[in-house]
Write a protein that binds this ligand. Structure first.
Ligand SMILES: [Fe+2]
Length: 194
């Protein structure tokens, strides 16, 4: 079954140009095409172990690439909404303060090659700022992503050149908490341990 690309409204994104976002979106469409090709190729009966291994890597790489970009594009944009009270409580519990969490999240983005992800891990019942060096590297199972930051060069090079720190500053101003809060409310209440 083919994956249908999602559309995103970038009207509320400030400080990142439409050109940057549109070209980035084209890459996302590329992952959708790649996933289709990989899944079709896996049906072939004439694959060597080497080819099969490459395609299995491509399967998780392209599907994670799709999911992460969808989460990133949707949580990008300025919003008057603040983190929900319960989420803020968890942030304070697990990082000490909102400021400490944000510093750690941005620091994670600074050292990552691919992604920084704020996620709630069901196994240890706490929030983490996870680092991913590729779409399918650093993924933690049974963790629910709340906020996603793309730090690949393609996410900012058109607007900021090699100035990753400036991009990260702009990202801080473009966290759509109404989307993040919605993801937080989708967590199973039975898994949240205070
Ligand atoms: Fe990207």
């Amino acid at each position: 079954m083919a994956v249908i690309p999602k559309k995103f409204n970038f009207a509320e994104v400030k400080g990142i140009t439409e050109n940057q976002l549109t070209q980035h979106y084209q890459l996302y469409l590329g992952y959708i095409a790649l996933l289709g090709n990989v899944m079709n190729s896996l049906l072939s009966k004439e694959l060597t172990a080497y080819e099969y291994r490459g395609l299995k890597d491509g399967e998780s790489y392209s599907l994670d690439g799709i999911v992460l970009h969808e989460l990133y594009f949707s949580n990008l944009g300025q919003s008057p909404i603040e983190p929900a009270c319960q989420l803020l409580e968890l942030i304070k519990r697990d990082f000490g303060s909102y400021k400490a969490w944000l510093n750690d999240f941005i620091r994670t983005g600074k050292v990552a090659r691919g992604w920084a992800v704020l996620a709630y891990a069901y196994r240890d019942n706490r929030l983490h700022n996870f680092m991913q060096d590729a779409h399918n590297v650093g993924v933690v199972w049974q963790a629910w992503p709340l906020l996603v930051l793309d730090v690949y060069e393609h996410a900012y090079m058109i607007d900021f050149g090699i100035d990753k720190e400036k991009y990260l500053e702009v990202f801080k101003q473009n966290i759509n908490w109404s989307v993040v809060n919605k993801r937080f409310y989708e967590l199973s209440p039975f898994s949240l341990k205070y």
